[in-house]
Design a protein around this ligand. Structure first.
Ligand code: NI
Length: 192
């Protein structure tokens, strides 16, 4: 992880939290398969600090998820959250969830197309098919098992983050790149 590349921004409840640099398309770390986290190390200070920094980084850049490879750490850790997000104004709320060693299993073969973006391809949106409903299994930041069913946008975000842990990006899941759009063109020609 690139501790040297951190910058600090304003106060957050009196505590200064670091924002991590996000790896962009082309950085090899995004294409590595991340190894699982050993459960006995989840409560280590370094892992806990990484999780805190990932949450802060996701909020700073208005993502709805960040996976550890996106902050140059090849480990199976992701954080997700959606609440009044400006990059995804129509998104339903997703509570803050820390997902370690995330597994995502489709519950039906139904795929749904929708627009997807990524902090590692910050300028783009593209229509990406995802399973409509999935079961997610992971460990939380205390190392406790988590298991839940998610549908729609929530299921999409989980599949997107799971893909980051596998070295995949949303553009790999697009059957055609014809809808891949810069954000201003997306707003002008495709949204609504
Ligand atoms: Ni992403």
């Amino acid at each position: 992880m690139r501790r040297g590349s951190k910058r600090f921004h304003g106060s957050n409840g009196g505590v200064r939290l670091p924002i991590l640099k996000v790896a962009r398309l082309g950085h090899p770390v995004l294409r590595q398969v991340a190894p699982p986290v050993r459960p006995e190390t989840i409560r280590d200070a370094e892992t806990q600090r990484l999780i805190d920094d990932m949450i802060e980084t996701m909020r700073e850049y208005e993502g709805v998820g960040v996976a550890a490879p996106q902050v140059h750490v090849s480990q199976q850790i992701a954080v997700i959250e959606a609440k009044g997000n400006r990059r995804y104004p129509d998104a339903p709320d997703i509570p803050l969830t820390v997902l370690i060693n995330l597994e995502v299993m489709p519950l039906s073969p139904d795929l749904e197309d929708d627009w997807e973006g990524c902090l590692s391809l910050i300028d783009f949106r593209g229509q990406t098919p995802r399973y409509r409903q999935v079961r997610a299994k992971a460990l939380d930041r205390e190392g406790r098992p988590l298991e839940f069913i998610a549908t729609g946008f929530h299921a999409r975000v989980l599949q997107h983050e799971r893909d980051h842990l596998l070295g995949k990006l949303f553009i790999d899941r697009m059957p055609s790149l014809e809808t891949l759009s810069y954000l201003p063109e997306f707003s002008r020609y495709w949204s609504g």
